[in-house]
Design a protein around this ligand. Structure first.
Ligand code: RIB
Length: 303
């Protein structure tokens, strides 16, 4: 079983030929409101990858809450641990340019209302070996609390250090598995990494500190990971991305689901890299998340 402790947002997405500069207005070509939030996206991805998933989160009692939960609910993610609070549902205002570049502003709203009691309720019912997955769009103190409780109970933890915050240095060592994109990985390594050799060296050094599995997503170049003293690499698919929002979350969900199933880190990395690529082929963070059958088309694994 996988529990995801994290954010649930509504994404207000505007597309334009190019992103505006500060103080500038540009004409948009489309606008949409779609379900999102790193926590919710990762929960959905893990579920679509075949895992039993419970979402621990919070939404407001407002016009956005139903829409924010609609895809999780329709797909069958367990949302019984999602609480309703008096704040507004989390909102991400996302601007996307024609080249796929994006800018995001997040108003955390109800995501900020998650409490230790919310964490306790689910974690005390989990078994040793189950997986808890987290990101950084909820209070850092709660992430710390959940990581410590999970460790004490033998629950495996996957921390996606996104978005990169100043809390990363003290939270990162508390997780069993870290997932970062290249920018987040630089923050973790506390240095600029301008070549793939420098990335590999930093990855091995960080991994050597405490044996933690560390995964770095590399965009079009796939992903690499340091696991038990080795560096693994998996390619993504050669694609022309339409929308990269949620691709990292898809990667995380697929990676966790593969580990939950007992797959090797190599297979987990391979499936996650393919899933992350496929997620870029559709607009919307959640609508683009592939199903496991879509991954098998590329791996030739039996159903
Ligand atoms: O990772 C993508 C997500 O980040 C979006 O769905 C948005 O809600 C922000 O949280």
């Amino acid at each position: 079983m996988i529990a995801v402790l994290g954010s649930i947002n509504i994404d207000l997405v505007a597309r334009s030929t190019r992103l505006p500069r500060p103080g500038e207005t540009v004409a948009g070509s489309s606008a949409q409101s779609v379900p999102g939030g790193k926590g919710a996206n990762q929960a959905l991805a893990a579920h679509r990858a075949g895992a039993a998933v419970r979402m621990i989160g919070a939404v407001g009692r407002d016009m956005f809450r139903e829409a924010a939960l609609s895809i999780l609910d329709a797909d069958g993610v367990d949302i019984s641990a999602v609480r309703h609070t008096e704040k507004t549902t989390g909102i991400a205002v996302i601007m996307i340019g024609e080249d796929g570049e994006n800018m995001i502003t997040i108003v955390v709203g109800a995501n900020d209302d998650l409490t230790e009691a919310d964490v306790d309720k689910t974690l005390t019912a989990m078994a040793a070996g189950d997986i808890l997955m987290l990101q950084l769009e909820i209070p850092a103190k709660l992430v710390e609390y959940a990581l410590r409780l999970a460790r004490a109970r033998g629950i495996r933890t996957v921390l996606n250090i996104a978005p990169a915050t100043l809390d990363v240095p003290y939270l990162a060592p508390l997780a069993d598995i870290l997932i970062a994109n290249e920018t987040e990985f630089e923050l973790l390594a506390a240095q600029r990494l301008s070549s793939s050799e420098a990335q590999r060296e930093a990855l091995l050094n960080l991994h050597a500190r405490n044996g933690q599995t560390i995964v770095v997503t590399l965009g079009a170049q796939g992903a690499m990971a340091a696991v038990e003293g080795n560096i693994l690499h998996a390619d993504g698919l050669a694609i022309s991305p339409i929308d990269t929002v949620g691709a990292g979350d898809t990667f995380c969900g697929y990676f966790a689901a593969a580990l939950d199933r007992g797959d090797s880190p190599e297979i987990a990395l391979r499936d996650a890299a393919i899933a992350g690529s496929l997620a870029c082929l559709h607009p919307g963070a959640q609508t683009g998340i592939p199903r496991h059958a879509d991954i098998r088309v590329h791996t030739n694994d039996p159903a």
